[in-house]
Design a protein around this ligand. Structure first.
Ligand code: GLY
Length: 607
């Protein structure tokens, strides 16, 4: 498998090198044939026969491998991203003297091209930025917003019942005002060292000259099929017989190259006026629905928020506050576990305790967390006394079944119970530069390929399906995460940084994975802090957790060894694919250690 992945990287890289030469055409054919053979070998060797069946609404971003790669320490700077070409573009910026934010922008633009299923300029994200010079942590919200005219009935049928998710995702209802470019530009203005325009060079080069289609992109496109996409996307992602672009095929995206050139020159203004803005508005439109307007595009601003930091063992764990539920929910879970001894390696008793803490925290999350510019999110959810009281509900000898939300100390009104459903799309980039600055960027267009509507070479998000489709619960209480004009849908994205007892940066991490992101990040933190695992082992470790439903043990990841003990404690067990994309950097006395999630196609590289 490792040899296979290496070969893929060579192909992906060659796609760039060979472009523009007279041998390109023949090479392309050879690559397609080789790619098909290799894809078959890959599927067999990775034992992922059910992947096509998994490419349903429930798991649109299925795993594409279970290989593990060794941790690699480097001395000075490191990037971990979801595709080798993105990691390489970021490292180039670091080598040119750029900061972590310069590198993150270069990586994001390349990901837009080579991992279009997960993130891009048509989406949004959350960024943690550690400014080593000022010793200060920033958390920035680049989440998409609902159009100003959107109302709570956006996802309701005429009879008041919620629209089915598949009937909403590929429509203009789902598309929020993109936020990633304005956010990155704002942070770059403060912390970038390389000129804005130069950060786009690697992505423009790859979009113009081509890159090799990866197994994951091919597999997801094959599973999705051409009919799921609008015409621009169909023509780009499929050939004229309706076959997905083949593994290794050199794919060019001249429309994206043009768009990136405009953003390189004019910044995010290129997306809020002129032809690209016009195209976005047209592609997002939907008869009878309040969709994105020019005013919405012009009004968008990223927001600097207060970091959410909680103590855990001797560390401080910092994350993103609302509208993401990530920082608060990760914090609450760790707060509930603070008094528990989780042992020094994975064990059923510890997994039980973690699952129970997750049930309690997800119950609170589902009720109380949403965009804090629109609803009061009680800070008391992280109050130590409140968490201590909630921790008493965890019985080491049996599961609580389903947890109920609590009553935090500063509660003003009790909202209704949420019914939203986030899907496992998204991408995560972790970077530390030579100056000690760090970026933890979780970025998304929501589910695989977002709204599946391509415009000017990029896909528009379906982020608004992260809102609760029901604006009120069965008791008639308004749901905190209901749709409102200008509001940001609740997220689970959990870009995280860990600081040691002296305040030194200790780890940078995050993951894609919809509402399971929180489970993945908690697993990695416990693995590194309690079980003393290196970041690669923490990332590769089989996943477990609960979102206040069954105990989930990752399918095919040797987690069944814990099943009978958990069943004896009363747990109902589910065995889903859990396609995390945990990308981690640990700061150690020996240098920087990377962790790349073996379930996806990422790379950790540095100097
Ligand atoms: N759309 C994934 C998330 O925001 O959590």
């Amino acid at each position: 498998m490792i040899a296979y992945i290496t070969l893929l990287k060579v192909i992906a890289n060659k796609g760039t090198i060979l472009s523009g030469t007279s041998i390109l055409h023949h090479t392309r054919r050879l690559l397609i044939v080789a790619g098909t053979v290799m894809l078959t070998a890959f599927l067999l060797s990775a034992n992922i026969h059910p992947v096509h069946a998994q490419l349903s609404r429930a798991a649109p971003e299925a795993p594409t491998g279970q290989a593990t790669r060794p941790a690699a320490p480097v001395r000075s700077q490191m990037v971990v991203a979801a595709h080798p070409l993105a990691a390489r573009a970021a490292r180039q910026m670091l080598r040119d003297g750029g900061t972590a934010i310069d590198a993150a922008i270069a990586a994001q633009m390349v990901l837009n091209l080579v991992e279009p299923q997960s993130s891009g300029i048509g989406g949004g994200g959350f960024l943690l930025y550690w400014d080593a010079f000022q010793q200060q942590l920033l958390t920035v919200d680049g989440r998409e917003t609902a159009p100003a005219e959107a109302g709570p009935d956006r996802f309701l049928n005429d009879d008041g019942t919620p629209i089915r998710w598949p009937d909403a995702v590929g429509t203009g209802r789902s598309i929020g005002v993109p936020g990633i470019v304005p956010m990155l530009e704002a942070v770059h203005g403060e912390f970038g060292r390389i000129e804005w325009g130069e950060l786009f060079a690697p992505a423009i080069d790859l979009a113009s000259n081509g890159f090799g289609v990866s197994p994951r992109l091919n597999l997801l496109l094959t599973g999705m099929g051409p009919d799921a996409f609008n015409e621009d996307a169909r023509n780009y992602f499929f050939d004229n017989t309706g076959e997905a672009r083949a593994l290794g095929e050199v794919l060019k995206n001249p429309a994206l190259a043009r768009t990136l050139k405009q953003i390189a020159t004019s910044g995010h203004r290129a997306l809020r006026s002129g032809p690209i803005a016009k195209n976005i508005i047209a592609a997002a439109s939907e008869p009878g629905v309040a969709t994105i307007t020019l005013n919405d595009l012009r009004a968008y601003e990223s927001i600097q928020r207060r970091p959410v930091c909680v103590p855990y063992r001797s560390y401080s764990i910092c994350g993103m506050g609302p509208p993401s539920s990530g920082g608060m929910t990760v914090g609450a879970i760790l707060g509930l576990l603070e008094a528990s001894d989780l042992g020094d390696q994975p064990n059923a008793a510890a997994i039980h305790m973690i699952i129970e803490a997750e049930k309690l925290s997800y119950a609170d999350r589902n009720r109380y967390m949403a965009d804090s510019d629109f609803v009061d999110v009680p800070a008391g959810l992280l109050d130590p006394d409140y968490l201590e009281e909630r921790a008493q509900m965890i019985d080491p000898a049996q599961t609580m079944g389903r947890a109920e939300p609590g009553t935090p100390p500063d509660l003003e009104t009790t909202p209704g119970t949420d019914a939203s459903d986030e899907n496992p799309g998204t991408s995560h980039i972790s970077i530390i530069d030579q100056f000690g600055n760090a970026a933890s960027l979780t970025t998304t267009i929501e589910s695989a390929f977002g709204s599946r509507r391509m415009v000017s070479g990029f896909l528009l998000n379906n982020e608004l399906t992260d809102f609760s489709f029901r604006p009120v619960d069965e008791g008639g209480r308004p749901v905190a995460n209901r749709v409102e004009g200008g509001k940001r849908p609740r997220s689970s994205m959990s870009p995280t940084m860990v600081f040691d007892a002296d305040g030194n940066l200790w780890a940078v991490l995050g993951s894609p994975g919809g509402s399971r992101i929180i489970l993945y990040v908690v697993k990695a933190l416990v693995a590194m802090i309690d079980w003393n695992m290196d970041p690669q082992a923490a990332s590769a470790l089989g996943t477990f957790g609960s979102r206040n439903g069954p105990a989930e043990l990752e399918h095919g990841a040797d987690m069944d060894r814990f099943a009978s003990e958990l069943e004896a404690l009363g747990h109902e067990i589910a065995r889903p694919s859990m396609t995390s994309g945990l990308h981690i950097i640990r700061v150690t006395p020996d240098g920087l250690l990377g962790g790349v999630d073996p379930r996806r196609e990422g790379a950790a590289i540095g100097d």
